[in-house]
Design a protein around this ligand. Structure first.
Ligand SMILES: C[S@@+](CC[C@H](N)C(=O)[O-])C[C@H]1O[C@@H](n2cnc3c(N)ncnc32)[C@H](O)[C@@H]1O
Ligand code: SF4
Length: 411
């Protein structure tokens, strides 16, 4: 089962936020994340908050059903409108993620976007993304999304090799994600991302190169490449423990990352976050940039997290409990916390160090600055922005060791 939510303070039944959260809101961009908690089957490596029909059977009944989901989620958007009051901001980004959003009918995704438009309005140049599984879309579906206002789409490709897809339990065939990119372009999508995973047990360097080549050849303007994380409690973790598939070691992950950087930069992609590359500034995912830069976002849907003005909260995880709360006119919030100044400082360092623009040295304290000087001398931080602009920016080697570097910088 998916991992548990953190503890926190209870969320008031009406979802009200402290006045401090709304102070200065007009100066911050606002985004919406809409979670769709359904998948046809569960991939063995995944611990996201998502449920198959079998997992839902008998737990939550009709309330948890995906047939009513768009309307249930619309209720939370209306709640957001009440909570944010006369906040005049149009929504800058919408990101529909999952789970598998494309298990819902295209009209349901368009309806979910429509309620945001009705309640808040969309900025003229709003970025509107959905994640999509390659096996669950076709040209008519993509055209309906594009017509309904989506302008960015992110396909879960993961690998171009059948034996790798098999270990990951992916149900699409090699070649299908690349055709999805062509179909999305034909439907008029301006921005297309492919998600890749490296370090799957049994994957070779050549397999990884083939996946990168296939992804690039398809013509997306964005590629995300994630090291496979073996999450506790997943089927993949059990298979590794039983010795059925080998664990990938950290050196292999590092080699694969270097290959990704070499192949992607050779093809005109530029990294802008440790795991994300884009062909241009316009190709970057603005929604993720809102997260990474501490803007405001409302996460609607079971288990979704939100952040407004230093207040963070998260929803109940189960789709049945989520629908029940909204049906009774209550906030589906399960817990929340007001971030302290120190929490916000640490969070900024954790997130911004992973960005191409790096983190301002003014956020570091004495111990962190000493650690930054050590990282600089070890070639983990770049020399120039450090001196000239007072920013810590990772080198390529630093990107390989980002987690370790950041641990010392927050002290
Ligand atoms: C949670 S999925 C949702 C989108 C869609 N259902 C899919 O599978 O493509 C978003 C992305 O997270 C990444 N992901 C999920 N679990 C992961 C894991 N354990 N390790 C690395 N990446 C993972 C995959 O690349 C996936 O495309
Ligand atoms: S399809 Fe995506 S969200 Fe669903 S189980 Fe697989 S990786 Fe997780």
């Amino acid at each position: 089962m998916p991992s548990a939510l953190p503890d926190g303070e209870p969320v008031p039944a009406d979802g009200a936020l402290p006045a401090s959260a709304l102070a200065g809101a007009a100066d911050r961009p606002l985004g919406f994340y809409l979670h769709v908690p359904y998948c046809a089957t569960r991939c063995g490596y995944c611990d996201f908050n998502t449920y198959t029909a079998t997992e839902l059977r008998g737990s939550g009944g009709v309330l948890a059903s995906r047939d009513n989901y768009a309307e249930t989620l619309a209720e939370e958007v209306r709640l957001a409108r009440k909570v944010l009051g006369d906040d005049p901001r149009p929504v800058r980004t919408v990101f529909v993620g999952g789970g598998t959003p494309t298990l819902l009918a295209a009209r349901d995704l368009v309806r979910m976007l429509g309620v945001i438009r009705e309640e808040f309005g969309l900025a003229e140049d709003a970025e509107v993304t959905t994640e999509a599984n390659p096996e669950s879309v076709d040209p008519a579906y993509l055209a309906a999304l594009r017509e309904g206002g989506f302008n960015r789409i992110s396909f879960g490709m993961q690998s171009a090799r059948q034996h790798v897809l098999k270990v990951l339990d992916r149900t699409h065939t090699p070649g299908r994600p690349e055709r999805c990119v062509a179909e999305a372009r034909a439907a008029g999508f301006e921005h297309v991302n492919l998600d890749l995973i490296y370090g799957t047990p049994g994957e070779s360097d050549d397999d990884w190169r083939a996946s990168l080549d296939a992804a690039i050849g398809a013509g997306p303007d964005h590629v995300s490449a994630y090291a496979l994380i073996v999450e506790e409690g997943t089927q993949l973790a059990r298979r590794i423990r039983r010795g059925e598939v080998p664990m990938t070691d950290d050196d292999v992950h590092a080699d694969r990352y270097l290959i990704a950087e070499e192949v992607l930069s050779g093809a005109g992609f530029e990294w802008y976050e440790v795991s994300n590359w884009a062909t241009s500034r316009a190709g970057r995912c603005l929604h993720n940039e809102l997260y990474w830069r501490g803007a405001d976002w409302w996460g609607a849907g079971p288990g979704a997290h939100s952040h407004v003005g230093g207040v963070r909260w998260w929803n109940v995880k189960h789709p049945g409990a989520y629908a029940a709360a909204l049906g009774e006119g209550r906030s589906p919030g399960a817990g929340g916390e007001v971030l302290t100044e120190e929490d916000r400082r640490v969070e900024r360092i954790l997130l911004e160090l992973r960005l191409r623009e790096g983190v301002p040295l003014s956020l570091l304290r004495d111990q962190g600055l000493a650690a930054a000087r050590r990282a600089l001398s070890e070639g983990l931080l770049q020399e120039r922005p450090y001196d000239e602009e007072g920013r810590a920016v990772l080198t390529l080697r630093g990107r390989l060791l980002a987690d370790a570097v950041v641990r010392d910088l927050v002290d």
